[in-house]
Design a protein. Structure first.
Length: 596
């Protein structure tokens, strides 16, 4: 693993970009605590051009150690903290969008914070700087947007603490936001994450040079305490797998760096370097201020509380998590998603496979297409950078021309609410858009297909059908579709019970394994059946767990007191409906079910 891939702070310095600007608010700024600042200043940078309608603005929010310099403005500029995402032709395309990023209040990179001069005393605020919350950060950003005359943001996005800010925008100013993309974030910190922050702040506060926060006039700063806090935090940003890959082969070969910290192991020299580098660009009081703001952020400890907090949200959501992130684990993102589903809010979700840990949001490029597709479907404008045409996905066991989908489409009525389980690339739901359905939602476990669905403007949740249906409400949908997925379900009984709980009726299609050519193949050749298209898998790589027939399914429905409203039996190769002995002569069955 390269240094660049492993380390999100490798090229960061305390130097400000030449492109930074400053917004000054000379009136009293009241904090959520009731305390007041007589004036505030925000350091900010902009990218791209604001259109005449002022409708293409995206606010990017940074994490604790970030600042306003989200990306390079040109080749001569300093590296930005999110260069992989922001820039001309990139996922957040500055040829198309007007991007704003400001250093939060409480920060130390040009915005009002503990190291700023207090107008009342003429000295740095230091220990007198008030407690700041995420709500205060957003209130200050709102003033900056008012300065630009922006009535509504196209999107607010950011990772970690930036994700907190994006969610706070949806809560605090619901009419001011068209969409948000919170990344690698949570409703609140776990107690484990909170504990790491507490230890880090204690390391700073017990440094003899901290002087209760009033160290600015001293030649000696609390560098050791801040370095230890940063080392501790950095451990939470990476995964065990990334540390293993980086340091296993060089465990006893530390880098030769000048440090007072332990340097006998390679991971130790790396952390020492990280800590020492961080103190050159960050202020200890700001670290305390911002980490405390993160720790106080809390939109609820369960679905009921989170739902209540997000009830006034009026925007589209794309929530992104990372599989190896144990600081903000995926289950916390799913709590947000579940609350939004509970509220019937428009939300898409994807958990990206990554071994980079929490820092994946700064390092991985895998979620860029997902984000850009989401944004493009809000604006209706394609990216200025040509992307490769997405090849149409084939389903688990089907072929390109899905005539069963044509049948299913005709079974859906206008204005119905539809959930498609195993929606693949969103082909069916895209077709149903033409029927003016009231709500269309897909569920898909394959992240590549999630991206394809989102690119079509489909609301899609990345989850496993076998375990994820409990998050939906009773009768939340008029129709739930399970198309060509029944045979891969682990627990058929429980899954169909859940489907009928969350819908008024369900449409289930599956391959009929009693199809005559398959039986003949097994009888005549003595080999596992394999045919072109529909059944084109070997016995060792088939995704099928079950091998249902029409008679099997009819018996199942009878045993479970499930009402079969309609049934259709298709020979997809001959493209016709089968009337005579369908159990032998059709390859695909479609059943419309309801509770008896």
């Amino acid at each position: 693993m390269s240094e660049e891939k492993f380390n999100s702070d490798l090229n960061r310095t305390g130097e400000l970009s030449n492109h930074v600007k400053f917004f000054e608010y000379k009136d009293t700024f009241e904090l959520s605590s009731g305390e007041k600042l007589s004036e505030i200043k925000l350091a900010y940078e902009t990218y791209g051009k604001l259109n005449n309608e002022k409708s293409n603005a995206i606010l990017v929010c940074h994490a604790i150690s970030g600042d306003s310099h989200v990306a390079r403005h040109d080749k001569q500029d300093l590296p930005g903290w999110w260069d992989i995402m922001v820039g001309p032709g990139k996922s957040i395309d500055t040829d198309k969008y007007f991007v704003i990023c400001s250093n939060v209040i409480g920060g130390c990179s040009g915005s009002t914070g503990p190291n700023s001069i207090n107008p009342k005393t003429g000295k740095e605020f230091g220990s007198s700087f008030p407690v700041i919350t995420v709500e205060d950060m957003v209130s200050a950003q709102k003033l900056l947007l008012d300065y630009f005359g922006i009535e509504k943001l196209l999107c607010v996005t950011g990772g970690s603490m930036g994700g907190f800010q994006s969610m706070q925008w949806a809560i605090q100013f619901p009419k001011k936001v068209e969409s948000i993309i919170p990344i690698a974030t949570s409703p609140r910190l776990t107690n484990q994450a909170l504990a790491f922050d507490i230890v880090g702040r204690n390391a700073i506060k017990t440094d003899l040079n901290f002087k209760k926060g009033d160290y600015y006039q001293s030649n000696e700063k609390p560098e050791d305490g801040l370095a230890i806090a940063r080392m501790l935090a950095h451990i939470t940003y990476v995964s065990n797998d990334s540390l293993k890959r980086k340091f296993d082969n060089s465990r006893y070969d530390p880098k030769d760096i000048s440090t007072e910290f332990e340097n006998r192991f390679s991971v130790g020299s790396y952390l020492a370097y990280q800590g020492s580098k961080f103190v050159n660009r960050f202020d200890a009081n700001s670290y305390i201020t911002l980490s405390t703001a993160v720790d106080y952020f809390d939109i609820g400890q369960n679905i009921t509380e989170i739902s209540k907090t997000l009830e006034k949200s009026n925007c589209k959501w794309l929530v992104i998590s990372f599989s190896s992130d144990w600081l903000y684990p995926p289950f916390q993102s799913e709590e947000i998603v579940n609350a939004l589903i509970n509220l019937d809010k428009p939300v898409s979700y994807s958990c990206i496979n990554s071994n980079a840990g929490h820092d994946a949001f700064l390092l991985e490029r895998g979620y860029g297409k997902l984000s850009s597709s989401f944004l493009e479907n809000i604006t209706g404008i394609s990216s200025s950078k040509k992307s490769k045409n997405l090849s149409r996905s084939t389903t688990n066991i089907f072929f390109d021309e899905r005539i069963d989908l044509k049948f299913i489409t005709n079974l859906i009525n206008d204005n119905e609410r539809v959930l498609d389980l195993g929606c693949e690339d969103g082909t069916l739901l895209e077709e149903l858009k033409k029927k003016n359905c009231k709500k269309l939602v897909g569920v898909e476990i394959d992240n590549k297909k999630v991206v394809e669905s989102v690119s079509k403007g489909i609301e899609v949740i990345n989850l496993d059908i076998n375990t994820g249906l409990k998050r939906f409400n009773d009768n939340q949908f008029d129709v739930v579709i399970l198309s060509q997925t029944l045979q891969s379900i682990k627990n058929v009984d429980e899954t169909i019970e859940e489907i009928l709980r969350i819908s008024k009726r369900s449409i289930i299609s599956f391959p009929n394994f009693a199809y005559k050519p398959l039986r003949e193949m097994l009888f005549n050749q003595g080999k596992a059946p394999k045919a072109e298209g529909l059944y084109g898998y070997n016995w060792y790589n088939t995704p099928n767990r079950r091998f249902p027939t029409i008679l099997d399914f009819q018996e199942f429905c009878n045993d479970k007191a499930i009402k079969i409203i309609e049934d259709y039996f298709l020979n997809t190769q001959e493209k016709k409906i089968v009337k005579e002995d369908p159990n032998l002569n059709c390859d695909t069955a479609i059943f419309v079910l309801s509770k008896n």
